[in-house]
Ligand binder design. Structure first.
Ligand SMILES: [Zn+2]
Length: 109
């Protein structure tokens, strides 16, 4: 029996520093965000990320497509911060102390 090969349906991530959503559309489509902290590569062949570490040691991106379900990088706080960076949630409405702390460390507060 052949091993099951996991192929990403889409290969997207979001930079937590600038909010850019990156999508690598094919194997050699290497895409940088505008702030240069994060890149996506590999298209539907593999998932590769280039990133820097945030002050708390976590990576500068969240994956937006993950067929394996829970991604360790997807914390509730990071999802909240990503919504602010995308302009979906006004900064003033963020009352989660951890999210405010992260936004402050990123220079948004
Ligand atoms: Zn960026």
């Amino acid at each position: 029996m052949d091993p099951i090969r996991c192929v990403p349906i889409r290969n997207r991530c979001q930079c937590l520093l600038c909010g850019d959503v990156l999508e690598s559309r094919h194997r050699h489509d290497f895409v940088w965000c505008r702030c240069g902290a994060t890149a996506a590569d590999g298209g539907r062949d593999y998932v590769r990320r280039v990133f820097c570490n945030l002050p708390d040691g976590r990576p500068s991106f969240v994956d937006l497509d993950n067929a394996d379900g829970e991604n360790p990088y997807h914390s509730a706080v990071e999802r909240l911060v990503a919504r602010v960076l995308r302009g979906e949630l006004p900064l003033a409405q963020v009352d989660d102390p951890d999210a405010r702390d992260m936004l402050a460390r990123l220079g948004f507060l």
